[in-house]
Every structure is written in structure tokens, then in C-alpha cells.
Write a protein that binds this ligand. Structure first.
Ligand code: AMP
Ligand code: ZN
Length: 137
């Protein structure tokens, strides 16, 4: 995709600090780290969103994410790692080329997700939503 910023990184039209590369997958440092050391794992070919990404390629992205998580723990001394992946503007996705965020976490990094749990009105409401999902699996 000619106007995709991550395709441009793959094509080396714009610079990136690459930490891993193979035939299908590229990983590089996020320029706006949530926590310093934050990396992104992308497929070299343009795919988006997760539902349009072939299973095998999706598996490869997550296998590389796992390796990077391990390297962040062993190399940076991270105490934990967030692995996450956004789909669609409503989910906070800004770059529409699938990417897995691998974010090293340190006990004292000071970052807090705005994780704000809600409650269902009752079990019927939850069960109805569960059925709507399950009917499409
Ligand atoms: P998302 O909101 O899930 O689409 O995340 C996009 C991520 O891409 C953000 O964390 C950005 O900081 C990161 N990003 C955008 N442009 C670049 C770039 N040129 N090099 C590295 N990371 C980038
Ligand atoms: Zn792309």
C-alpha cells in the first residue's frame, strides 16, 4: 500500500530501528513508546485488520512477539510485558497495517492503563451478549 507508513518502513522508504527481521515479519522500536523499549511486530505484506490476516501469519507475529517479550525481560530487565493489538479507530488503532505492541513493564514504570471495568445489569444481559457472539463462532 503506497500510503501506508508501515509498508514504507518495510520498503525502507522511511527509517526505523529494526530489532528483528525474517522473510515475513519485521519488528522495530515504536517511536512513541508507552514505556521505553516498546516494540512493534508487523507482517512485511500489508494486512489489516486481524480478521483479514491469515491464521498462519498471525501465529508468526505472535511467536515473534513472544521472543521479543523474552528479550525485553532478559535484556532490559523488564518485570513484565504487555502484548496488545488494536483493530479499528474505535479500538484506538492509528496505523491500519496490523501490528502487535510488545511493551516492557517495570514495577516502577509509573504507567497505568485506563482499565475501567463496568458491570452488567444482570446475568441475562451478559448471557444475551454471549449468545450473540457464540452464534457467529
Ligand atoms: P496503534 O494505535 O495500535 O495503531 O499504534 C500505532 C503505533 O505506531 C503507535 O504506538 C505509534 O507510536 C507507532 N508509530 C507510528 N509511526 C511510527 C514510525 N514511523 N515508527 C515507529 N513507530 C511508529
Ligand atoms: Zn501497510
Amino acid at each position: 500500500m503506497s500510503d501506508c507508513i508501515f509498508c514504507k518502513i518495510v520498503e525502507k522508504q522511511i527509517p526505523a530501528t529494526v530489532i528483528y527481521e525474517d522473510d515475513e515479519v519485521l519488528a522495530f522500536m515504536d517511536i512513541g513508546p508507552i514505556v521505553k523499549g516498546h516494540a512493534l511486530v508487523i507482517p512485511k505484506r500489508h494486512c489489516d485488520p486481524v480478521t483479514e490476516t491469515p491464521d498462519e501469519l498471525l501465529a508468526k507475529l505472535h511467536i515473534v512477539a513472544k521472543r521479543i517479550a523474552e528479550a525485553q525481560m532478559n535484556g532490559l530487565g523488564a518485570d513484565g510485558v504487555n502484548i496488545m493489538q488494536n483493530n479499528g479507530a474505535a479500538a484506538g488503532q492509528e496505523v491500519p497495517h496490523i501490528h502487535v505492541h510488545v511493551i516492557p513493564r517495570f514495577s516502577d514504570d509509573g504507567h497505568h492503563w485506563n482499565w475501567n471495568p463496568k458491570t452488567y445489569d444482570d446475568f441475562d444481559e451478559m448471557n444475551a451478549l454471549a449468545a450473540q457472539i457464540q452464534n457467529h463462532l
